[in-house]
Write a protein that binds this ligand. Structure first.
Ligand code: HXC
Length: 258
């Protein structure tokens, strides 16, 4: 049997997903994305999982969409398969938090996949870029839209138009990355963060993720109302009672995720 293109492992309430196409620096073929989307959907539906970590290898998180596969495609080929729709697009509907643990190259679709995750923990050797322009195309999975929101128009234009790579420290200064750690620490750091998230009440975690994502949609008045109504809704959960009672009683909460 062929090795899986995405390896999965469960550690407590955390699911670890590892892109596993090392010979092509984890280039993102449709098959890779199909396996990734299936695994993420399964973990999203699994009540024993509270958060996910997505990682690659020490050399590459992912060096982009699969150029070898794309090179012969015509306009009709990409249009008819709605390339980057379908399973690519479905990743954004995962409700549980996903941390990208990025070492090495995160380029093109690899950078876009990392940005689709909820936050990025980078190893010191991480390099981010949108080099599609060198191939005669442009980013197609959020690079021209998520990057300016994450790091400002100036830096996004610089990366998208010149194809230069940004190292981990520049990415952290720019706001793309939440933490930079030594390579040997990266996965533990991400799993520890995911373990903390998975220990919180799942309904509040999901609503928090939805609310932060809403900051990029609609007007401020609408999104503030969306946040307030979700805040109100959490008073319908058992976990809100337990969380506040535990604080008053000076003990750790015992969340039941409902
Ligand atoms: C297919 C890829 C690949 C890719 C690397 N490989 N990137 N195959 N698609 N995106 C393959 C190489 O062909 C090579 O295979 C093997 O991985 C190792 O790569 P090398 O180039 O030999 O490694 P190195 O010299 O260390 O250079 C690393 C690199 C370079 C700088 C990351 O590989 C590179 O520039 N890759 C392409 C990056 C890129 O342009 N990404 C954007 C893709 S377009 P062989 O068989 O020769 O050993 C894109 C569109 C986005 O992402 C649309 C939305 C998803």
């Amino acid at each position: 049997m062929d090795a899986p293109l995405v390896k999965t492992e469960v550690r407590g309430r955390v699911a670890l997903l590892t892109l596993n196409r090392p010979q092509a620096l984890n280039a993102l073929s449709n098959e890779v994305i199909d396996q990734l989307a299936q695994a993420m959907r399964d973990f999203d539906a699994d009540e024993n999982i509270g958060a996910m970590v997505l990682t690659g290898s020490d050399k590459a998180f992912a060096a982009g969409a699969d150029i070898a596969a794309m090179q012969g495609w015509s306009y009709m080929d990409v249009y008819k398969q709605d390339y980057l729709g379908g399973n690519w697009e479905s990743l954004k509907h995962i409700r549980k938090p996903i941390i990208a643990a990025v070492a090495g190259y995160a380029l093109g679709g690899g950078c876009e996949l990392a940005m689709l995750c909820d936050f990025i923990i980078a190893a010191e050797n991480a390099r981010f870029g949108q080099p599609e322009i060198k191939l005669g195309v442009i980013p197609g999975y959020g690079g021209t839209q998520r990057l300016p929101r994450a790091i400002s128009k100036a830096k996004a234009m610089d990366l998208v138009l010149t194809a230069r790579m940004m190292d981990a420290n520049e990415a952290e200064r720019a706001g793309l990355v939440s933490r930079v750690v030594p390579l040997e620490r990266m996965l533990d750091e991400a799993i520890e963060a995911a373990t903390i998230i998975a220990s919180m009440s799942l309904p509040s975690v999901i609503m928090a993720k939805e609310c932060v994502n809403m900051a990029y949609e609609g007007s401020l008045n609408e999104t503030l109302m969306f946040e307030r109504r979700n805040f109100h809704a959490l008073f319908a959960t058992d976990d809100q009672k337990e969380g506040m009672k535990a604080f008053v009683e000076k003990r750790k909460p015992d969340f039941k995720h409902q």
